[in-house]
Ligand binder design. Structure first.
Ligand code: ZN
Length: 448
């Protein structure tokens, strides 16, 4: 596959930017290709590192790259730059969603969705959901479960600018115990060492960016460890679902790097789990967790807000027949809603133990459309869980870039990095819901 490994490689890409006219028309995207030099001036700048915001800021973008960050009065704006006022707005790094599913577009019946649309994932559905993510300010996304042919094709098409979308990091299919037939396209059976070895190696061969295990409670520690050994030897991380205490225990024993989700089966993590987590952190190995709480605590309830689910942005790029199919299904959707107290208690336990939290949404699932998932997740972190807004932004920008090993390229608004930038009305530190409607999205210096 094609991965951008250096700034010079990126410059070639931006200069030779190709945007398929047919696809652009179909997805009604506006690409501002009038210039490659922009000066965003006058607004507040949050650089993503956790540093204090910069008022009256100037951000210079030159040929895809952040050229300089400064303030009005001290940083000169060269005359050949397109000046865009950001007064009253906040400039910040493009967001990272660490848990998406491009194959889903909000339909409520997974078996039906897979049986009906699998052959349309690569050509129709994933290009649309990738576009929805980018429009919502997500410039990097990690897909954790999809048919390998489709998702690695989309990753390549985005990387080579054939289609618009966030820079994609993908696991390919989920590694799991035996599954029902409808799930065959996006799961692989790793029960038993031979299966685990073969499937993990196949994904390494396809240049998966991370491996994902689901349902570890039905696997053995050896199955999990076989996968983590193969991945770690290649410098790849392995993530696993952490919905149940049993799968967390098996995952930790099998050397998992990161968990997804907060389960509600137990009211809090028992001592057996917490002592394993503490022992793991005491060994010097970090443990990451992407709790995906927006879908549990807000989006599940969003069905009550029909206007939000009717927003045309949720269906951007999809054919009318598929839109109607999703909307019909949503009318009889009955979301499972989790106890806020349980989730809060468990998040507090993880924070107190020293687990590092990342922002990810499980975007695409029922009631959690890609266009809404990110701001819902970040708002939930701040308003429901009480997490500091700057910490929340850090966990959606600089931190994911570090974890995925690309913090020399993206993640913060720093001179020399790629210009993945969003501009929002108002101040997200005061009200995270301003992320709902980014006014500008730049990816690699190109404005969409
Ligand atoms: Zn998921």
């Amino acid at each position: 596959m094609f991965k951008i490994k250096s700034i010079s490689q990126l410059l070639v890409l931006v200069t030779g930017l190709v945007c398929s006219p047919a696809l652009m028309a179909q997805n009604s995207v506006t690409v501002d290709s009038t210039g490659t030099k922009f000066a965003l001036t006058g607004g507040t700048l949050i650089d993503g590192s956790g540093a204090a915001p910069l008022d009256n800021a100037i951000l210079l973008i030159n040929n895809g790259v952040i050229e300089a960050v400064g303030q009005l009065g001290s940083l000169a704006i060269p005359t050949d730059y397109a000046v865009i006022s950001t007064e009253g707005r906040t400039m910040m790094p493009g967001l990272w969603d660490m848990h998406v599913h491009l194959l889903y577009a909000g339909h409520t019946n997974f078996p039906y969705w897979h049986q009906t649309y699998t052959d349309q994932f690569a050509e129709t559905i994933m290009p649309a959901t990738a576009l929805q993510l980018l429009q919502s300010g997500v410039t990097s996304a990690r897909d954790l479960g999809a048919p390998p042919e489709a998702i690695f094709q989309i990753r390549q098409q985005i990387a080579s600018n054939e289609i618009p979308g966030p820079t994609l990091y993908a696991s390919g299919p989920q590694l799991a115990s035996p599954f029902p037939e409808w799930a065959q396209y996006y799961r692989r059976n790793i029960s038993g060492t031979a299966n685990a070895m073969a499937e993990a190696r196949a994904l390494v061969e396809l240049e998966a960016d991370i491996l994902k295990i689901s349902g570890a409670e039905q696997l053995s520690i050896d199955d999990v460890r076989t996968v983590t050994d193969i991945a770690h030897a290649q410098g790849l991380l392995v993530t696993a679902h952490g919905r149940t205490d049993a799968e967390i225990e098996i995952g930790l024993a099998g050397n998992i790097d990161e968990f997804q989700h907060i389960g509600a089966a137990s009211d809090e993590f028992p001592d057996s789990v917490m002592s394993l987590i503490r022992a793991r952190l005491a060994s010097g190995n970090e443990l990451y967790w992407t709790p995906t709480v927006g879908i549990q605590l807000r989006a599940g309830r969003a069905i009550e807000d029909l206007e939000l689910l009717d927003d045309p942005e949720n269906y951007l790029g999809l054919p009318q027949a598929i839109i109607e199919d999703i909307q019909t299904a949503l009318q009889s959707y009955n979301p499972r809603v989790t106890s806020i107290d349980t989730v809060k208690r468990k998040i507090t336990q993880l924070q107190e133990a020293g687990v590092t939290l990342l922002v990810g949404t499980d975007g695409g699932l029922s009631g959690n459309p890609h266009a809404q998932a990110m701001w819902q997740e970040m708002l939930t972190w701040v308003n429901v869980l009480g997490i500091d807004p700057m910490q929340t932004i850090y966990a959606a920008t600089a931190l994911p870039a570090q974890l995925m090993g690309v913090d020399d390229l993206v993640g913060t608004l720093t001179a020399g990095k790629l210009a993945d930038v969003i501009v929002v009305h108002g101040n997200p530190l005061q009200n995270m819901s301003v992320l709902q409607d980014p006014e500008m999205v730049f990816k690699h210096g190109v404005r969409f």
